[in-house]
Design a protein. Structure first.
Length: 220
């Protein structure tokens, strides 16, 4: 891949990864409002509020992409370098730089902490408030019903951040390029394949079909 192509691909990866994190935070806030303020849900989550959440997500994603992209742009690279992955991942691109990357590493970690910390903080805050409200419900059935509305989102969030953390750790410590490539495939392909299935489990028809399928398999 060319230098311009790699930089373009890297920017899109950073943009969509940041946007996904912000959308997960927005969905957590939606669950927080629905459970903690059910009577005010339609007022608090109206069209303008949703538009502001999306606009804020886009803004954070673009700022994150722009800052990290500029950090890579100021580096010098030797010719005929090969990235041992099927796409341009930030840490792997940084390793190929011929110039000193100390300042870039510090700024990139700082930017990742800030722009990555905002969505994660929103998710944690939302679920702390949700757990506090649900635990005040007297009936067990009411608690289970409230928690069940968050199951899909919690599964997708855990899958997204868990696989991303695994890729980061693997790409930092793995010696064999093959292991890093497998980790990146797991991060880019597996969550996107499982997300529709996870959210469809809330559908009653889907649940009924799954129960019938499992019962048939168990009877064999």
């Amino acid at each position: 891949i060319s230098y311009a192509g790699c930089l373009t691909q890297l920017c899109f990866v950073l943009l969509f990864a940041g946007f996904e994190s912000c959308l997960l935070a927005a969905m957590a806030y939606d669950r927080y409002v629905a459970i903690c303020y059910p009577l005010s849900y339609t007022v608090m989550m109206n069209f303008h509020s949703c538009a502001l959440l999306i606009l804020f997500s886009v803004l954070i994603s673009v700022l994150n992409m722009g800052l990290l992209g500029l950090m890579v742009l100021r580096l010098s690279f030797c010719t005929n370098l090969e990235i041992p992955l099927f796409f341009c991942e930030l840490s792997q691109v940084m390793k190929l730089a011929c110039s000193d990357t100390l300042i870039n590493d510090i700024l990139i970690y700082l930017a990742t902490f800030i722009f990555g910390g905002i969505p994660i903080s929103g998710i944690i805050f939302s679920y702390v408030q949700i757990a506090s409200s649900v635990l005040r419900i007297s009936s067990v059935k009411g608690r289970c019903k409230a928690f069940s509305t968050c199951g899909s989102h919690l599964s997708v969030t855990s899958l997204s951040y868990g696989s991303g953390l695994w890729v980061y750790i693997t790409s930092s410590v793995a010696i064999l390029p093959k292991k890093t490539s497998v980790a990146c495939i797991m991060y880019t392909v597996v969550p996107q394949m499982l997300n529709p299935f996870i959210f469809s489990l809330r559908n009653k028809d889907m649940k009924g079909t799954m129960k019938k399928f499992i019962s048939k398999v168990a009877s064999l």
